[in-house]
Design a protein around this ligand. Sequence first.
Ligand code: NAP
Ligand code: GFB
Length: 318
Amino acid sequence: NLCLLMDTVIVTGGTGLVGSAIKNVYQKNYKNYKFYFLSSKDCDLTNFEETKKLFQKIKPNYVIHLAANVGGLFKNLQQKVQMYEDNTLINLNVLKCCHILKVKKCVSCLSTCIFPDKTSYPINESMLHNGPPHSSNDAYAYAKRMLEIHSKAYNEQYNDNFVCIIPTNIYGPYDNYNLQDSHVIPGLIHKCYLAKKENKSFYVWGSGKPLRQFIFSEDLAELILWTLFEIDEKESIILSVKEEKSIKEVAEIIAKEFDCKIEFDTDKSDGQYKKTADNSKFVDLYAKSKGEYKFTDINVGIKKTIEWFKKNYDTCRK
Ligand code: NAP
Ligand code: GFB
């Protein structure tokens, strides 16, 4: 039947922040593909035999590789061994199976936090290996950098079609809101929600001075699908908004939504001061392909995320 004729797409990490966003947007333009959104319950991707069995069962034509052991600054500081081992195993097994199944294309995910710490700004794709990453997440960063090296090795030696995208800090519904392990925006939303409920101060960790570029998960989802299906670029592409916000500015947007007072806990680490990424390669490629991409305004994105969090407080990851 028709199902047998449809191209299949495996989305590893399909139940996470980015995977869920892809699930919410893909039918707009790609409803005649059969998507499989995998979670660790479908298969533990750190296990090669399990991964190979699942790939041979689904026989994907395309793979969007998102699965990873992911966390914010504090999780990266505390769990370097797991961040290195889990991500190295997951990435190796997924790419190896993409090769064995000869998929038409695999798009894998790096991160702007894996760039060299001592660098000029803005950072572009060619600078990825020009020096060690920030010590706070060096284990995770090196595991991710090897994903690009590994992808290119398969392309050079076997003419595979494995490309990497480099997203900046992502936020949105279906994120991990755990107070210790989460990224900053979900962490601040959860903390502000509790502060409001318990009528306590809303503590932002660090000075609030560091700068970040934040991309709304559904925007990134659209750009990942565009990278997979609409362009033939072989080199890595940074997918990021242009403007930077300070942690303080973002905390103020959240505090305003909850009508909360902000305090700063300056004993906590600031992590990297900034990691300004240059998105001009993406802007140029997108202009040639579709025109100008309109990113979701951060005030709108945070409002949508807070509404989702409040509605799903009992069941979300926290
Ligand atoms: P996330 O919300 O933590 O989701 C992680 C996904 O990976 C989940 O679906 C999880 O499945 C799956 N996973 C984890 N370990 C697995 C294993 N051993 N076997 C199978 N599946 C496993 O992550 P995310 O924020 O969506 O991140 C997606 C990608 O974007 C990652 O590659 C990450 O490095 C990259 N990225 C994220 C950010 C950010 O700010 N979030 C920034 C830059 C890059 P379960 O739900 O079953 O655990
Ligand atoms: O998202 P985040 O944890 O990771 O942001 P990074 C950390 C920044 O937000 C630091 C401040 O300046 C923190 O001091 N911050 C303030 C908070 N309050 C909080 C809070 O409640 N929770 C958190 N988490 N931060 C990550 C990398 O760096 O970037 C990961 O470690 C990942 O590998 C991610 O790739 C994209 O942006 O500093």
